[in-house]
Structure formats: C-alpha cells, structure tokens
Design a protein around this ligand. Sequence first.
Ligand SMILES: *Cc1c(COP(=O)(O)O)cnc(C)c1O
Length: 358
Amino acid sequence: MISSNGITTAIPARITSHSKIHEVDFDNLEFGKYVSDHMLLCDYANGEWQVPQIVPYANLSLNPSTLALHYGQTVFEGMKAIRQHDGRINIFRIEKHYDRFARSLERMCMAVPPKEMFTEGLIKLVGIDRAWVPKKPGTALYLRPFVYASEARFGVKISDQYRFIIFTGPVAETFARPIKVKVETNYVRAAKGGTGFAKCGGNYGGAFYPAKLAKEEGYDQVLWTDARENKYIEESGMMNAMFVIGDKLVTPPLSDSILDGITRDSLLAIASNLGYQAEERQVSVDELEKAFRTNSITEAFGAGTAAVVAPIQTIHINGIDYHLPEYSHESLLNRVKQKLERIRTGREEDVYGWNYVV
Ligand SMILES: *Cc1c(COP(=O)(O)O)cnc(C)c1O
C-alpha cells in the first residue's frame, strides 16, 4: 500500500498451514456458510490506522465492554469477486463500494480506513485466497469488509478505537425462486434524518422483527414504505425495489432513507443501455394497486449484491395478494441480469469501467 510518504509497502501476510478448502462443497454453496482461509485486520488507535496485516481466519477475543456490542457502531460492505471466463478474477466496483463505506462510517462517527488500505487489502486478500473463488455460473467470492468500535469502555460515547476486518467466502446466488412480499405500513426500516442510507448493523437488527411477522403470514419479505405517510415504496427487504410499469423500469429515488445500492445503480445503467426507459421517481402504493388493476405492472424485483435480482411473484397490498406474470428469458429483469453477468465475467466489454481484474 502507499504510505503517507508515497512509498509502496506490501501488506504483511501470515499464511495458514491448515487450509480448510477441502471442507467446501462447491456444488452446494449456501450463502454465508463458508469462509476462506485468510482475513485482513487493521486497528485504529491514537488517532491513526496502524499497519494492516493478513492472517489466518480465526476467532476474535472481545472485552465484554467493547463499545460496538452495546451502542451499535458497526458498519459493513457486501461485495463480490467474480471468476471471469478466462479464469482471472474481477473485483466488482471497488471504488463505489469504498465511497459508500466511507459515507456509512461517517454517519456513525467511525474512523474511515484509507482508500488504499481498502483497495489493496481486498486485492491482496483475494489474491491469497484465489482458489476460493468458485467457478460455476452465478457463484462468486463474497467480500465482507467491516469496521466496529473496539474500545473497551461501557460509558456511552463515540469510540476512540476501531477495528477494520475483511473476510471472504464462496457463495451461490440467493433467492433463485420468485418471492412473495407484503407492503409494510406499520413498521418502518428508515426515516428521514435517520441512518437508512448507511450500511450499519442496527438497520438490519431493527428490520428483523417486521420481516419475521411477514414470514409468519406466509411472505418472504416486506416492501418498506416511507416513515412519514407509509405511502411510498422505499426498499424490498434489504434490497432496492425495482418495478416495470408501462414498459419502463421504475425505482424510488435515493434519499437518506434509501441505501444507494450498487446493483441498483448498475441495473439502471444497463437498462438504459439496452434501450429501456429508466426512471428514478417515487412509486406510491396507490400507483402499484392501480397498475395491478390495469395490468400495466409486469415485473417487480429486489436488487442487491447477494441475489443480484430477486424476482417478486406476489405483492400483498391492503389485504389483497396481487400476482405478477411468470418471468421469461425476455423479461427486463432477466435481460439486465444476464447483461450484468456478461460484463462481470468478461464476456462483454466493460464500457463502464466497473471491473477490477486481478
Ligand atoms: C446492501 C443493501 C442494498 C443493496 O446494495 P448493493 O450494493 O446492491 O448490494 C439495498 N438495501 C439495503 C438496505 C442494503 O443494506
């Protein structure tokens, strides 16, 4: 990495002598089940980041009064390294992930790891564990950079110490089958002025309960609405919400209660490139209801790194289950998803500069 005096120094790495790769069933990669052999660690103390190091993946030892465990200063990213058709490995949209990481950390008053540490740490870590990048279509090495408040002190305060970690693990796509969602008008995920745009742990913790209730009613997830009026769609579970209404791709505009999804951004660009009209504008629950009555809504899906797209088959609105037609290969969601996969695997030119091939 580049130190402050501009001299390039390597991140020191301690390589494990006990690889666990033979324990992985690469034909059945459940999301979140396997972690690769190594992780990157770096501590922030006395106002500065220390030297990062790559070490064998292992448990952490935590003081019970570690601030993150009590007051929730935790922020993460979710990214993918994808095996290209020529065997090389592509880390997708590093820069945009870093920018969002920095914005999330700033909102939570947390120390921001320097960009070079983030970028070079990912590149070196993926290089060391390159055998863990799976090869089947739709699979990837999931990358999980995160920071937590590591100061041991139980008084309420902004932590003065942080730990930055990156670990990785091979995954297959989640949500292969179309899902059922319920428009949520009682609970909210995020409010104006809150932390909805930040990828912080608390947003997830607070969203579990309404999602659990929806599951008990037979739905896979909730479609969140705005906190003020419960009138406008915000996100689909922990994914951005996208609809095809009147042949246009429509998605709610970014705000401080909507997470700036990198999949959302990529799919919007690809859809326009494929000749679809793409609109970032508010989508009201009323509009969805009317669109179902006039059959002008033809697709609905969540967009996020884990699943890429999560097709929606049913939307529950005000006591009624509305159903969407089946998704063919010609549907917008399948066309944009395929195009994204072709760009990421190097089968099609990366005109956007999204790929970082190592
Ligand atoms: C991570 C996340 C998304 C999806 O973002 P991607 O960058 O596409 O993975 C959407 N909504 C929420 C709330 C998220 O946390």
